[in-house]
Design a protein around this ligand. Sequence first.
Ligand code: CTP
Ligand code: MG
Length: 240
Amino acid sequence: ARTAAVIPAAGLGTRLGPGTPKALRPLGGTPILVHAVRAMALARAVDLVVVVAPHDGVAEVRRLLDAHPLPAYDVTEVLVVPGGENRQESVGRGLAALPTDVDVVLVHDAARPLVPLDTVAAVIAAVRAGAAAVVPGMPLADTVKEVEPAAGSGGPETVTGTPERGRLRAVQTPQGFDRAVLDEAHRRIGLEGEGATDDAGMVERLGRPVLIVPGHEEAFKITRPLDLVLAEAVLARRRA
Ligand code: CTP
Ligand code: MG
C-alpha cells in the first residue's frame, strides 16, 4: 500500500501572462514545479510523485527534475507523463500511470508550490483514517455573488444570488483520495467543456462524501502576476 501524488503541471499559465508554461517559470530562482515536487516529497508518507508535464515538454521536465534532485535521503520516486487538453484530462493521465499497489492518491496543482507540510500531512492522515475524499478549505474574505451572464457582450452581469459566506470554503490542493474512488470518478464522469476544475467535485457527483480539513494561506494558487509577487515574498520570509 503506497501513497502517490499526481501533480498536474501541463497548463500554459495564460492568466499569468505570455511566456514559458507556468510550472516551469522561476520562483526564488527555482522552477515552480520543483517547489511543488519538493512539497509533496517532504511528506514522509509520499512514496511516488507523478508529474504531468506539458504535452511536448516531457523530456524538458525530466531534465529539469534531474537537475534539481531531491535530497539524497528522500526515497520518493518521480515519474513524468504528458498532459492533456484540460486539467481533468491531465489528472486522468497521471492516474493512468500509477502502479497497482498505490491505494492513496493526492492530486496537487503545480501552481501551489508553497503548500506547507502540515497541510499535506493533514490530508493524508484524514484519507488514511478512512475518508474517501479530503480537501483543504479556507473561509472566504470576500462575499461571493452568483451572476447571470451579460446578455450582449460587454454589458453588465446581473446578480442572481448571494450564498451565505460563512458556509463557503475556497478549496486548495493537495486533495486526497482513496485511489479506487478517484479512479472511478475519472472513469464515470465524462469530459465536458473545460472539464472539472477540481477532483473532489467529480467525487461529489458520484454521491460520495468529501471532507474538509483546514487549508493554509500559503497553499494559494499562483494564477495572476500579483500571486507571483506574493509567492516571492513568502519564500523570502521563509529563507530569512
Ligand atoms: N493543468 C494541467 N493541464 C492542463 C491545464 C492545467 O495539468 N491542460 C494544471 C496547471 O499546470 C496547474 C493546475 O492544473 O498546475 C491548475 O490550473 P491553472 O491554475 O488554471 O493553471 P493554467 O491552466 O496553467 O493557467 P491558466 O488557466 O491561466 O492558463
Ligand atoms: Mg487553467
